[in-house]
Each structure stands twice: as structure tokens, then as C-alpha cells.
Design a binder for this molecule. Structure first.
Ligand code: ZN
Length: 86
């Protein structure tokens, strides 16, 4: 049996061929165990942007899965989890 470790981050997919997040805010640096926790992290970053820069500012972090160290977009099940908490 192969154990696959999946964590979730508030961030973005990388620029193709690089390890650099393709957003302005970058990745949160955490390894969240659930989609919901990463969504709360993204929401907190959005609030921080608004506190610092006003109501029209916001975070461009979204919830991304990291499977055995590789980023990937959320799958259908994970998107349903995200819909349930946002
Ligand atoms: Zn985080």
C-alpha cells in the first residue's frame, strides 16, 4: 500500500516550471490538514489585506492541495468541502 499525504494551503498554483506561487500574496506557509482550515486561513489573510489597505483590497490566496509535496487544484470532493464552508 502506498500512503499519500495530502495537505492544504492558502496560496496558489505555481508559475509553470517554477516553484514560485503565481499570485501576489504567495502561499501561507502552513500545512493545513483540512480544506476548511485552509479556507479559514485564506479568509484571515483577506481580512488582513482589508485592515491594511481598505475594503476594496483583498487576498488572492485560494485553497490548493499539496499531495506528497506537489501542488494540485482541488478535486471534486474537495471543492464540495470548500463550498460547504465558504
Ligand atoms: Zn495557512
Amino acid at each position: 500500500m502506498i500512503a499519500v499525504t495530502t495537505i492544504y494551503i492558502a496560496g496558489s498554483m505555481n508559475h509553470p516550471g517554477t516553484t514560485l506561487p503565481a499570485n501576489v500574496r504567495g502561499d501561507c506557509g502552513h500545512g493545513h490538514r483540512t480544506v476548511a482550515a485552509a479556507a479559514r486561513c485564506a479568509a484571515a489573510d483577506d481580512r488582513s489585506c482589508k485592515i491594511g489597505h481598505g475594503p476594496h483590497a483583498g487576498s488572492d490566496r485560494t485553497v490548493i492541495a499539496v499531495e506528497d509535496g506537489r501542488k494540485r487544484p482541488l478535486n471534486d470532493r474537495e471543492l464540495l468541502e470548500l463550498d460547504a464552508v465558504t
